[in-house]
Ligand binder design. Structure first.
Ligand code: SF4
Length: 333
């Protein structure tokens, strides 16, 4: 029988992704030919603790966004499991999944295209609140106004339209729309990349503030490691559809182990002009996910590539508490 201690530990995690796969077929099956797939996400596993933020980083096209969309079941997955709040989402009937939807929200990269231009702000924020009956009818307006206040939006914006706002304010509207549903978990897909740097700082501070007040759990998808360092508790590094390193923020930044993580971190600007940057330049482009290299997918760009790297896929193994790496430079036993 599972001990109380173990049950409590498992309950600490709001999300567990197990061996997630998402393949996109490229061509129709024809006799005698095997079907080709883009392996956008290939056997990815991780857990996120309640009330914390996990940053998911990697170059564009590495599968970060597909992981986020697969978790929310915005498309079918090819394999693996997504356990949210103790429930396997694949086993939940559609009617129950629909009821759970408000608990899992997403904030998108481009706030302008994700907001309906024909709806005033109050309606944009409140549309799903009404549909899912998040608050009684009598409390609807006060709930929306409170959420707007929490997100730094003035009450008179209720009747204004998205085109009347700046990029930063539009992202505040997107955040308000997500948090109005009283979610437990929010996927933030590059929420700052369309904004000026000064506005980015305001939005990220808003997100941190909301997390402290309401205990949200975030999966923060970004290619910007300085932003991820600021907001995350744990960090996962993806390359060509696979997780190559995962661990506590401090361990990843103080002691990056995977050559790809080292290269990404070496490109993060340092504010001290006396500290010399030792940038590791990656040669070549990311290989095609249709026909990835055998063994370690990073081997075609890795300075440390060995014979074994083309023969065997390195396993993601824990080398210190809370720090896992997939690389043959470290013992695979
Ligand atoms: Fe480089 Fe080999 Fe490690 Fe891959 S497994 S990152 S090729 S050393």
């Amino acid at each position: 029988m599972a001990s109380m201690e173990n049950i409590k530990k498992e309950n600490d995690y709001i999300l567990e992704v197990r061996n997630l796969k998402k393949y996109y077929p490229l061509s129709r099956f024809s006799l005698g030919k095997s079907r080709a797939y883009v392996k956008a996400v290939d056997d990815v596993s991780f857990k996120i603790k309640r009330g914390t933020t996990m940053g998911l980083v990697g170059e564009s096209g590495c599968g970060k966004t597909t992981v986020g969309r697969s978790i929310l079941r915005l498309h079918d997955i090819t394999g693996g499991q997504v356990i949210f709040d103790g429930q396997d989402l694949a086993k939940i009937p559609p009617s129950k999944l629909r009821k759970m939807r408000p608990q899992m929200q997403m904030i998108f990269q481009d706030p302008y295209s994700s907001l309906s231009p024909r709806m005033p702000v109050g309606e944009i924020i409140g549309e799903a609140v009404k549909e899912h009956k998040i608050v009684p009818k009598s409390e609807y307006r006060s709930h929306i106004l409170k959420v707007m206040r929490d997100c730094g939006l003035q009450p008179q914006y209720f009747y204004r339209y998205p085109h009347e706002f700046s990029g930063g304010q539009r992202q505040r509207i997107s955040i308000a729309r997500a948090v109005a549903l009283k979610p437990k978990f929010i996927i933030c897909d590059e929420p700052l990349s369309a904004l000026d740097v000064s506005i980015q700082a305001q939005i990220i501070n808003l997100m941190k503030d909301l997390q402290e007040r309401y205990g949200y759990t975030y999966l923060f998808i970004s290619h910007d490691l300085s932003v991820v360092e600021y907001i995350s508790d744990t960090i996962g590094v993806m390359y060509l559809g696979s997780m190559v390193e995962i661990g506590d923020k401090k361990r990843i930044f103080d002691n990056p182990m995977h050559p790809y993580t080292k290269a990404l971190l070496s490109a993060v600007p340092i504010s001290d002009p006396d500290v010399k940057m030792n940038r590791i330049i990656l040669s070549g482009d990311i290989p095609s996910p249709v026909n990835p290299p055998s063994g370690c997918k990073f081997r075609t760009r890795c300075q440390h590539c060995m014979d074994i790297c083309s023969r065997e896929v390195p396993k993601l193994k824990e080398y210190e508490e809370g720090h896992m790496v997939a690389c043959h430079l470290y013992s695979q036993d």
